[in-house]
Write a protein that binds this ligand. Structure first.
Ligand code: SAM
Length: 294
């Protein structure tokens, strides 16, 4: 192929040659801006010999950049109809492998180990937006030896994930910030994609963190409960959320942590929730473990 894959004319040619149909429901908005692609790879410091997991190869625009930098790339792509295209666009890079499956159904530990052994892995992806939160939760729920995550997400989602106060700060912000150090590294306008999505985007850098002493499942229930009625007091929100814990026990846990039960969920930092979790009665069962919405 002549030139780089991200050039719109190349994408048009491929679409025509393989009669490819973009599937909107799979979040297929491919990057067509070389600067953005380079900036993502720069932010992730992708270099010779790196082990990289990419989620959603598309036609391979980001993969190509990482392969040219000498990285070993494992892509997980759900859409089998991209197989002939990817064979043509990336088939000549021996260091690129593509695994066709829904990332959420992959045995990630086994797949990473098979491909990269015990090496630390960088995740780099332009994520499908319909499934951003489940994918990030999936990557952060266990220690997969992921050293960093650089992902394109919807701008509004990026704002929520990095928020430490205000209306964007919610249960998803706290949950994600408990699991990783998160920063926004780049704003990306909709015009950098084909087809252009209706929303703007941003690239996040996440460094996963794991504290083996923390009970993340319990913490998630407390955080969700606290934010379930964000205009109400913490005591009110937590005691009416459906946790199998008495109101008096919740009040005692808040007081023991030095948190006024009349405060609201958004006034607590992720660290405050960790301290509250340590004083909270053990929750087994009850509400709160279900998925966060987008
Ligand atoms: N990396 C390419 C780029 O930047 O142009 C494609 C990015 S596009 C936003 C998202 C890609 O993720 C699509 O190729 C889509 O088919 C794929 N995808 C969607 N859902 C997926 C899932 N659950 N597991 C793996 N890949 C998925």
């Amino acid at each position: 192929m002549d030139g780089r894959l991200y050039q719109p004319k190349t994408i048009h040619q491929l679409v025509e040659e393989f009669d490819f149909r973009f599937t909107k429901s799979l979040g297929q908005n491919f990057l067509i801006d070389g600067n953005v692609i380079r900036k993502i790879a720069d932010a992730a410091q992708v270099s010779q010999g790196d082990a990289v997991l990419e989620i959603g190869a598309g036609i391979g625009v980001l993969t190509e950049e990482m392969a040219l930098r000498g990285a070993q790339v494992l892509c997980v792509e759900i859409d089998e109809s991209l197989r002939p295209i990817l064979k043509k666009t990336l088939g000549h890079y021996p260091q690129v492998t593509i695994h066709y499956q829904d990332i959420l159904k992959v045995d990630l530990r086994a797949l990473l180990e098979e491909r990269f052994g015990q090496r630390p892995v960088k995740v780099v992806a332009n994520l499908p937006y319909y499934v951003t939160t489940p994918i990030l939760r999936f990557l952060l729920r266990e220690d997969y030896n992921i050293q960093s995550i650089h992902v394109m997400v919807q701008r509004e989602m990026a704002q929520r994930l990095v928020a430490t106060s205000g209306k964007d700060y919610g249960s998803i912000s706290v949950y994600m910030q408990l699991r990783g150090r998160i920063e926004k590294v780049l704003n990306v306008p909709a015009s950098c994609f084909m087809p252009a999505p209706r929303v703007d985007s941003a690239v996040l850098a996440i460094v996963p963190k794991f504290d083996p002493l923390l009970d993340y499942v319990q913490l998630e229930k407390i955080v969700r409960g606290a934010f379930s009625k964000r205009r109400k007091t913490l005591l009110n929100a937590l005691s009416t959320y459906g946790l199998p814990v008495e109101k008096s026990q919740i009040e005692a846990a808040l007081l023991k942590t030095g948190i006024d039960p009349k405060r609201r969920a958004e006034t607590l930092s992720p660290e405050d929730y960790i301290r509250l979790g340590a004083n909270f009665p053990k929750i087994s069962g009850g509400k709160g473990g279900e998925h966060f919405g987008e």
